[in-house]
Unconditional design. Structure first.
Lengths: 987, 146
């Protein structure tokens, strides 16, 4: 509508009338407001000025008072007493003075009067030469005004006014009269001023402190205010917007700003009223002009609008619309023409509509009947196909396509021949059907058969001829999928078979009674145990068969709708039976099904188990070994007699009753081997209950009579098949006797050890003694021999001529004997050294040793031809030095005794004899008489004369010692003239 | 050669006589000074006791030291000689009846220069003494200042 003619005309009208009006209104309001503001400001200024005048007057009066005291009474020329009196009078009648002080020309106090306390002329000699109240007046001869102070206790403003007293003759300042003035008086000046609503007057001093206000609390609070630089609309004392004016009063260096302010709302009330009135007037004018414009425009525009509306309605199809003709002008003629055009159009349209309605009705009826047909066909579960007599498909339903899985393109061919070709391969016997289909088409009767498909589906086919008004109208084919029905039949048969097999083969008795108690089924392998064959009981009444058996009661309960579980005995067979009522699908009781299991054997087994357990318990009870069995919670189930006796509690009856390990009364103490008490949780039984094993732990029990017994405890946790802890067992044989025996053994061992130590010490001492002896022998025994030999030699050399052959021979014999004795001593020492020497065990290759020795022997007598046969790699563990000495002796022996043999041969080898390694040194020399073999290894024992074979007879004794030190044995075999064999072992 | 003394420490007078004889027989005519026990030997060498005032700057060329000695045995004498700066480098030949291994080992550990066992067969002994004496008297130069 914004662009409608009416809107545009209306807006133009309003614009023309309202614009000037608003401009004039704004101009008027502005002018009025500005003048009002100026007026308010002038008013404030006026008040401020008045107050300023009064304040000035107040201070002038004070000044005059002070000046007059001097001028009228000549204060500066009076005596001090007089001065005092004069000032006291002033103080008395002018209550604004708090203190009056007269200073001399040096600034010293001459007189000091105070309203606040007593003071005298004499006391007041304070020096004020440096204070402003003296310095300022003295310097320029003018009145000094001090800064405003606030008395601490009352908060009232005080001010010092100092008046210079001039010497009339010299014009010099001769004294200064200082007064402390309470200027609270100016509060009253302000209070007396008539104020308008929203107006306030206050005085601000040089420091910005408010020193006077109509409301004294503002002064007493110590309020500050910064006086703005110029008058106008400013921020007031309480922070709001005010019209503010001020007037400054100067007193010496001090300034008082008399400030008047009035809230903007109050001060400009008149101006605001004027503006509001102007706005109201403009609004009223606006409404009036708008209304007038609207009415005029409507008058012009309405007929045009009506014509436009009607034309639009006709265009939308409403041909009944007519234009209202209100005037006879051009618009009226236009309207009439429009109306007659519309009327003609309406007539022709009505005729057309009637025809269309008829046509639609006929089509709807046809459509409906077809839908009914289609819906009917689709709603049945059979596949439907209707064909014409010339093999064309006229109708079919979706189910038909589903059953035969016919795709849309095949269906679209519309030919039954195509369809038959398509479905034939799906059939189990396609040729049969192909032959039959021709016949069906030819006969006029209805026909039906069952078709098996390759997919396993089974179809029922039915077809009949369609007659339309006595004429043959085609053929209807119906196909029904009966696969599920067939399958259900088979499943039912199988289920029944299964049930029967289960029932017949069950290791139980299964029977069914009808509601009258007549047995309708009795099966199960266990049936023979109660003397029946399967099916034999069928038809008989349970009431009669088991008249006196309690199972009759169970069956009655089951017939009343209860599931009964009971154990019955029939002919000594124990049966665990469940009787369940069974119902048909609508909940009517049909009878009772009973299933009975033979538990005779199980019962027997349970009884046997109980017997075994009793036996076991009895065995434990009677066992001479103490045992305790406890359940996981600590409850002791077995506490055998041996245990009671061991703990010395056989006489305590309460021990027998279901006691608990953890809280039982203990009259004995469990101790560890050191005699410390064992904590409850560390006892083997407690550990077993925690699943821990104890093996052979030795403990002690201190019985209540104080005797102690030793025990060796085994603790075992006992688990069931599923690894749940079911018990803990401890077995603790009494080992007190064994313990005593052990202690005895220990004691004996210690004794023995002590004895060994003592013996060892004795032995060591003996050994030392022997060593000392041997040492002494080697030195001392040989020294005389040396002298004998030496001097015999000297005799032979120096006195040869004095001795005849016999003497010389004697001396040689002396030498020979002493040298032999020296040899004997040396050998003896060697033998003793072998026994004393410490053994060093390491691997020794005897073959290498033997070869070395053989080489050495060969070198001593290079002329001899002796064959050495030494086996390779004969190694032993022993002391290499001793073994060398041993082997040296044996081989040297062999070497010596083969001196006279023709083909001398010496052998060294090892052999195993009786699981023992035996080392052999064999020669083919002189041999010896076996009768003296026992003397062979004794010291200084010789089996041959020195003349035949030289030697001391100590060599084999040395060998024997060395073999013995290695823990071995030595023996010899010999035949005189054929040789000797020495065998030795080395431990 | 004559001014090189042999210092014999031997308590057995028979042995002393036999050693002298053996040396003479082999034409070793050096002066032989004899001490009869360990204390006397040390007194002589250090110019103390009975030998106080002896010029200790004159030291024997070789010392023949028996092990088994009265008062202070040969081992101890040897130990003191080796501990003293003046005699630390003097050649010392041990003479002893013993052939105990520990004696031999200990002698060498204490700083003996040679070791001779006194055999019962005097001829052997004489040979050994002669050889050793010759070696130490002729061939071996004493260290400077000894």
């Amino acid at each position: 509508m914004q662009h409608s003619i009416r809107a545009r005309l209306t807006l133009a009208f309003i614009g023309l009338s309202i614009g000037p009006l608003v401009l004039v209104g704004i101009a008027l309001a502005w002018q009025s407001f500005t003048s009002q503001q100026q007026q308010a400001l002038d008013l404030q200024q006026e008040v401020a000025r008045r107050v300023a005048t009064e304040v000035t007057a107040f201070f002038e009066e004070l000044e005059n008072e002070l000046r007059l005291v001097d001028q009228m009474q000549g204060l500066r020329r009076l005596e001090v007493d007089e001065q005092y009196n004069t000032l006291a009078k002033l103080l008395a009648y002018q209550d604004v003075f708090v203190e009056l002080i007269l200073l001399d020309d040096q600034g010293r106090e001459q007189v000091h009067l105070s309203r606040l306390g007593l003071s005298s002329a004499e006391e007041g000699h304070h020096d004020r030469a440096e204070e402003n109240e003296f310095v300022v007046p003295r310097r320029n001869g003018q009145v000094y005004y001090g800064p405003v102070r606030f008395e601490e206790s009352t908060g009232e403003p005080l001010m010092i006014i100092a008046m210079p007293l001039l010497d009339a003759r010299t014009g010099q300042v001769s004294k200064v009269l200082v007064s402390d003035v309470r200027i609270k008086k100016i509060w009253d000046l302000i209070a007396d001023i008539q104020v308008k609503p929203g107006q306030r007057v206050y005085i601000v001093n040089t420091d910005g402190d408010v020193v006077a206000d109509r409301n004294p609390s503002i002064v007493l609070r110590g309020t500050s205010f910064t006086v703005p630089e110029q008058n106008g609309i400013q921020q007031g004392l309480d922070g709001s917007r005010v019209v503010l004016a001020f007037e400054t009063v100067r007193l010496g260096d001090q300034e008082f700003n008399i400030v008047t302010e009035q809230s903007v709302a109050e001060a400009l009330a008149l101006a605001i009223n004027t503006v509001v009135s102007m706005v109201a007037l403009v609004v009223i004018m606006l409404v009036a002009a708008g209304s007038l414009g609207f009415l005029i425009v409507r008058q012009i525009v309405r007929p045009v609008q009506a014509l436009a509306v009607t034309a639009q309605a006709v265009r939308a199809g409403d041909l009944s619309q007519r234009v209202q003709i209100a005037s006879q002008d051009e618009l009226g003629i236009l309207g009439e023409a429009f109306n007659s055009m519309t009327a003609r159009l309406a007539n022709s349209i009505r005729g057309l509509e009637r025809e269309i309605v008829e046509h639609q009705r006929a089509r709807a009826a046809l459509k409906q009947s077809e839908s009914v047909l289609r819906a009917t066909m689709e709603s049945i579960d059979d596949g439907v196909l209707v064909t014409t007599t010339d093999w064309k498909v006229s109708h079919h339903n979706t189910r038909f396509c589903q059953i035969w899985s016919i795709p849309d393109d095949i269906m679209a061919s519309g030919s039954d021949r195509v369809l038959i070709d398509y479905v034939l391969p799906q059939l189990a016997e396609p040729e049969l059907f192909k032959a039959r289909i021709g016949r069906i088409y030819r006969t006029s009767t209805s026909s039906e058969d069952v078709l098996h498909l390759q997919s396993g589906h089974i179809l029922e086919r039915y077809s009949y001829l369609l007659s339309l008004g006595g004429e043959e109208g085609g053929r209807v084919w119906l196909f029904r999928d009966i696969t599920e029905r067939k399958q259900a039949e088979i499943a039912l048969q199988e289920s029944e078979q299964r049930f029967r097999t289960v029932v017949q083969n069950a290791q139980a008795i299964i029977f069914i009674l009808d509601s009258d108690g007549i047995i309708t089924l009795s099966e199960g392998q266990a049936l023979s145990k109660i003397g029946f064959s399967p099916g034999e009981m069928v038809g008989k009444s349970a009431w009669e068969l088991y008249r006196d058996n309690p199972l009759i009661g169970d069956i009655k309960c089951a017939l009343a709708g209860e599931v009964v579980h009971d154990i019955n005995v029939i002919q000594e067979i124990t049966l665990d039976t469940v009787y369940s009522p069974y119902y048909n699908s609508v909940g009517e009781l049909l009878g009772v099904i009973g299933i009975a299991i033979d538990i005779t054997e199980r019962r027997r087994a349970v009884a046997a188990l109980a017997e075994t357990q009793a036996l076991l318990t009895s065995v434990i009870e009677q066992s001479p070994v103490p045992m305790v069995v406890a359940e996981p919670d600590g409850t002791i189930t077995i506490f055998n007699q041996a245990c009671l006796e061991f703990l010395g509690i056989a006489d305590e009856i309460e021990v027998q009753a279901g006691i608990n390990l953890f809280n039982m009364k203990r009259t004995w103490q469990d101790l560890d081997p050191d005699g410390n008490p064992v904590p409850l949780n560390d006892l083997p039984l407690a550990l077993a209950l925690q699943g821990k094993f104890t093996r052979g732990r030795e403990m002690r029990a201190r019985r209540k009579d104080g005797t102690e017994r030793w025990e060796m405890v085994d603790g075992v946790p006992i688990y069931d098949e599923s690894r749940n802890l079911i018990a803990g067992l401890i077995i603790f044989p009494d080992i007190t006797e064994r313990k005593k025996a052990e202690e005895e053994v220990c004691r004996l061992n210690e004794e023995l050890e002590q004895r060994v130590i003592e013996r060892t010490i004795q032995l060591e001492a003996a050994n030392k003694e022997l060593e000392a002896f041997a040492y002494s022998v080697s030195h001392d025994l040989r020294a005389p021999l040396r002298s004998i030999d030496g001097f015999s030699q000297a005799l032979l050399e120096d006195y040869e001529r004095d001795l005849d052959a016999g003497g010389q021979d004697y001396l040689r014999r002396v030498r020979s004997a002493s040298q032999h004795m020296g040899q004997l001593i040396d050998d003896l020492l060697k033998l003793s050294r072998i026994s004393r020497q410490e053994m060093q065990y390491e691997p020794v290759d005897l073959s290498v040793l033997a070869k070395d020795i053989a080489d050495e022997l060969q070198q001593t007598e290079p002329d001899r031809d002796v064959e050495f046969v030494i086996a390779e790699g004969v190694t032993v563990r022993g002391d290499p030095n001793l073994l060398r000495i041993m082997l040296n002796n044996l081989l040297k022996n062999a070497w010596k005794f083969t001196a006279k043999a023709t083909k001398a041969m010496i052998q060294f080898y090892e052999k195993v004899q009786d699981d023992e390694r035996v080392y052999v040194v064999k020669d083919n020399g002189a041999g010896f008489d076996m009768r003296y073999a026992h003397k062979l290894f004794g010291a200084f024992q010789r089996l041959h004369s020195v003349r035949e074979y030289e030697g001391t007879g100590i060599g084999l004794a040395t060998v024997l010692r060395i073999v013995h030190r290695h823990g071995g044995r030595i023996w010899a075999e010999a035949v005189i003239g054929e040789g000797a064999t020495f065998y030795f072992t080395l431990g | 050669m004559q001014n090189k003394t042999i210092f014999l420490v031997e308590d057995n007078p028979d042995d002393e006589l036999l050693i002298r004889r053996a040396l003479e027989k082999h034409h070793i005519l050096n002066q032989i000074v004899v001490a009869h026990d360990g204390v006397e030997a040390l007194d002589y060498l250090f110019g103390e006791g009975a030998h106080e005032g002896r010029d200790v700057s004159v030291m024997p060329q070789v010392i023949l030291l028996d092990l088994k000695l009265p008062r202070l045995d040969g081992m101890e004498v040897l130990r003191r000689l080796r501990a003293d700066e003046r005699t630390r480098l003097l050649p010392v030949v041990i003479l002893t009846s013993s052939d105990e291994e520990r004696d031999i080992v200990e002698s060498y550990e204490l700083g003996a220069n040679s070791y001779i066992r006194k055999p019962v067969d005097f001829a052997q002994f004489a040979d050994a003494v002669q050889q050793l004496s010759l070696y130490w008297l002729l061939l071996n130069q004493l260290p400077p200042g000894a």
